[in-house]
Design a protein around this ligand. Structure first.
Ligand code: HEM
Length: 508
């Protein structure tokens, strides 16, 4: 960056720092005045967290929120104050209170405003009615029938992926399979939500062409866009002022995060516009999203096109690296647990006898595979933080304590999924527990719970079953390290997984 480029930032920096400092001083004075009637004053937690949201924002920025919150629960017990207005409750009885269904459901908190890029989507809208309407429109693309009609697209992407991995496995050295699972997941999602694969597997790269609002076309790294945008939102969502203030801070983390947000909308705009202009028909999720809107209003209005772009961006973000990160972590767990590996391979060989690339119908009903996936999601915790909810007007009673209107609450997923009172031996990776006891899904928070739970769960399972089965059946995988390094933005993600991949000898 040249000195000239820096000049505007110096001014922005000064304004940003002054505003941040003033707002912090103001917040501390305000809290000091409020202290005597602070309804959360009895809730234990770190000293700084009681006074400023910057403490929690900092933990998120460092990519370690779930570990810090887990340690706090070990120190203080099930109820911990992690920000002036935020209470984390790590207890199984809190799950239904915070993420319950129906009229008891708590709404998403203003934290989710940080996830709005251009227009609120099904994921980021906080308003209950607006959400219900969006969910009705989007969910049609995710019904079992709709998903069955798109399995040929999934299989086609998987076959292409396998051809590439076959080719790469002949090259010397190891590869980062996380990157390849990312390429595949992005290709699948863009095939379903944008109407064509983005071409990452073919190009062995995540560089994509995007269209800016002014019509200009440029290139971006799609995976970085998603990572940076999601991490930024997870930080600035902590306090309603942070999103605006962060635009004045010349830290590359904030600058890139804000640019990524726009970059993703640009990416979706190019794809959706192309599809609408072509007027072509194709059996995919984008088609369902278009059809449901056209059925309701005759033709798409410009407002509806913007909304369509917002929803497709959400699907790309919500459904791509979440799935590839989970696949990576589960395969890592399997490879580092030889007993589970051997047993799973036996079940897979029985179900897919001719060593072909499996189809959905081959792998959908293998109980041990599903148990491995569930245990992997529990142990690794793709969603590791507690998802933010707001206490409604009459307040909420949780674990015998009353929390007043406006308090933010969350149930930390990683801590619940490693709670000894629920799992007995949580630090053991033991898929059998899911076959022994049927009701454990109640405590798996990976896909959220209640009215805002994941809409793409079935699609994620199909992808996980197919890719995990294919990788284990078709290749010998040798890990470079038994340690999986991870970080956390909104989701918990591996940084890489280096593996030597060799095609298995085919039995005669
Ligand atoms: C293993 C993979 C996945 C994980 C771990 C995951 C996790 C989650 C979680 C935790 C939520 C709730 C978020 C909250 O309350 O803040 C969520 C919501 C959502 N997910 Fe997923 N997800 C996955 C795959 C997918 C896929 C493949 C799609 C679709 C393309 C998808 C689409 C959505 C949507 C649309 C929502 C918003 C639902 C609503 O608010 O009504 N997800 N996901």
């Amino acid at each position: 960056m040249s000195t000239i480029d820096l000049l505007p930032n110096v001014t922005s920096f000064s304004i940003g720092v002054i505003l941040m400092a003033l707002s912090s001083v103001f917040a501390v004075i305000h809290r000091a005045l409020e202290r005597y009637r602070d309804p959360l004053r009895e809730v234990p937690g770190p000293f700084l967290a009681r006074w400023t949201s910057l403490w929690l924002a900092y933990q998120v920025r460092m990519g370690r929120r779930y570990l810090v919150v887990d340690a706090l629960h070990k120190k203080y017990g099930p109820i911990v104050r992690i920000a002036p207005n935020h209470v984390s409750v790590a207890h199984k009885d809190a799950i239904n209170v915070v993420y319950g269904q129906g009229s008891r459901a708590l709404d998403k908190s203003p934290y989710y405003h940080a996830f709005v890029s251009d227009k609120a989507s099904i994921f980021s809208t906080v308003d209950r009615q607006e959400h219900a309407q969006k969910r009705r429109l989007v969910s049609q693309g995710f019904s079992y029938k709709s998903l069955m009609s798109v399995t040929p697209l999934l299989h086609a992407n998987l076959y292409h992926f396998v051809e590439k991995i076959d080719e790469i496995s002949q090259r010397p050295g190891s590869i980062d399979v996380l990157q390849w699972f990312n390429f595949l997941a992005f290709d699948i999602l863009s095939d379903l939500a944008f109407g064509e694969p983005i071409g990452m597997v073919t190009n062995e790269s995540d560089v994509v062409t995007v269209m800016c609002a002014d019509g200009k076309v440029k290139e971006e790294n799609a995976i970085s866009l998603v990572d940076e945008r999601e991490h930024l939102a997870a930080v600035v969502g902590i306090h309603p002022w942070f999103k605006t203030l962060s635009k004045f801070i010349p830290d590359p983390f904030f600058i890139r995060g804000h640019k990524s947000s726009t970059g993703l909308v640009d990416l979706a705009r190019r794809r959706v516009t192309k599809r609408l202009e072509s007027g072509s028909y194709r059996e995919d999720i984008l088609n369902k999203l278009i059809e449901t809107r056209v059925e309701e209003s005759g033709a798409l209005t410009p407002e509806q096109v913007t909304e369509l772009i917002a929803e497709t961006v959400t699907l790309l973000i919500a459904g791509s690296d979440t799935t590839s990160n989970s696949i990576t972590a589960i395969i890592h767990l399997v490879l580092t647990h030889p007993r589970v590996h051997e047993k799973l391979l036996q079940h897979l060989r029985d179900a897919v006898p001719d060593s072909q690339v499996p189809k959905h119908e081959d792998v959908k009903d293998i109980p041990y595979l599903t148990a491995v996936i569930e245990e992997g999601l529990r142990y690794y915790a793709t969603t590791a933080i507690g998802l933010h909810r707001s206490v409604p007007r009459d307040g909420v009673l949780c674990l015998g304590k009353f929390f007043p209107e406006g308090t933010e609450m969350s149930v930390p997923a990683y801590t619940i999924q490693h709670d000894r009172t629920i799992w007995g031996d949580p630090e053991n990776f033991r898929p059998e527990r899911w076959l022994e006891e049927k009701d454990l899904g109640r405590y798996l928070l990976t896909f959220g719970k209640g009215p805002r739970q994941c809409l793409g769960r079935n699609l994620a399972y199909i992808e996980m079953q197919l890719v995990i089965a294919t990788m284990l059946l078709r290749y010998d995988l040798k890990l470079e390290s038994d340690n999986l390094e991870t970080t956390e933005g909104f989701m918990h993600k591996p940084l890489r997984m280096i593996v030597e991949v060799k095609r298995k000898e085919l039995a005669c």
